[in-house]
Design a protein around this ligand. Structure first.
Ligand code: 3Y8
Ligand code: NAP
Length: 248
């Protein structure tokens, strides 16, 4: 019988938790502890880092974990790299539940950039009103520029950008909500991570309707590992050891 460690923090992880609980699979849901009150899960929850690769490997051994499902966010590259290393060290089966990256559609005006620094460089030299929808880590890079920023945080927190407007809201977000927010703040540019999935996609649709440029940051490198694109595929893998769908 599998004993699963589910690395969470995304809508897909919550859907995975519901499927595991519904199937009566023994599993533990893991949060990093980034937010004050993460949403409840239908599984036992642990919160906090493991202590690097070694700490995660120790956890896998001590908890007799047979399968690790990494359903973390595509930008959570450190924990995903740690999971690859710790699973190799302990011969624990590993599967990533990873959503497809967003691709531009008709009417999109995207500037795709490789990283945060390139996103800063892609902003105009003249003052702009920028919806900086990348959370609260990494904001320092945008300081000292002539722009007005709209920020969105999960929890209230100090921020390094003088004069920025801050909205405290937990996704998933809606197109109507993001449209109204961006119009109310007279947004001229959107900066976002290519998170994929539906939980953060609303701002892209809103930008398309408002004909606003989007500066989209590409995902960071993550070491090769088996990937499934759906909860159902992970459940098949768990029960039948089905070969993972090869991620592209
Ligand atoms: C702690 C768990 C669910 C999961 C919901 C998804 C959707 C809403 C969209 C915008 C973009 C952003 C941010 C975002 C989204 C979902 C998903 C997603 C983006 C929670 C959660 C945790 C976190 C951590 C948090 C980061 C931040 C990033 C806000 C819970 C709500 C910007 C990523 O204050 C902080 O330090 C926050 C840090 C990492 C990125 C950053 O650098 O600030 N997510 N988000 C997880 C943990 O502790 O392990 O509190 O309930 C989860 C969700 N956030 O089940 O419904 O699946 O992506 N999260 C980004 O995509 O750019 C918001 O505002 O448009
Ligand atoms: P990260 O940079 O990849 O990880 C940094 C450290 O945080 C890891 O080394 C690990 O600490 C700990 N950690 C991360 N995720 C964890 C988890 N699910 N359970 C236990 N420890 C975890 O991670 P991040 O980008 O800060 O993301 C943290 C959490 O927020 C993840 O659950 C992720 O899914 C969620 N999230 C992130 C984003 C984003 O934009 N980055 C967006 C939405 C949700 P140790 O080394 O001590 O084990």
């Amino acid at each position: 019988m599998p004993r699963v460690l589910l690395l969470g923090g995304t809508s897909e992880a919550s859907a995975m938790a519901r499927a595991l609980a519904g199937a009566g699979v023994e599993a533990v849901f893991s949060y990093a502890g980034r937010t004050a009150s993460p949403i409840a899960q239908p599984l036992p929850v642990r919160i906090g880092g493991f202590g690097g690769v070694e700490g995660l490997a120790d956890y896998l051994r001590e908890q007799a974990i047979t399968h690790l499902v990494d359903a973390t966010h595509p930008f959570a590259a450190q924990i995903s790299a740690n999971a690859v290393a710790a699973c190799a060290q302990t011969s624990t089966a590993l599967m990533a539940l990873e959503r497809e990256a967003w691709a531009p559609q008709d009417g999109d005006d995207w500037r795709i950039v490789p990283d945060l620094e390139a996103a800063v460089a892609a902003l105009p030299s003249d003052p702009a009103r920028v919806f900086l929808a990348i959370g609260r880590q990494n904001l320092e890079a945008f300081a000292g520029l002539p722009h007005h920023y709209l920020l969105r945080f999960v929890d209230p927190a100090p921020q390094p950008l003088s004069g920025a407007s801050v909205v405290v809201d937990r996704g998933p977000f809606t197109v109507a909500g993001d449209l109204a927010l961006m119009q109310a703040h007279g947004i001229t540019h959107v900066v976002a991570k290519n998170a994929g999935g539906s939980g953060a996609a609303a701002k892209l649709e809103a930008a398309r309707r408002l004909r606003l440029p989007v500066i989209l940051i590409e995902r960071p490198f993550v070491p090769a590992r088996p990937v499934c694109r759906s909860v159902e595929a992970v459940m098949c893998w768990l029960h039948a050891g089905a070969p993972a769908e090869r991620g592209v």
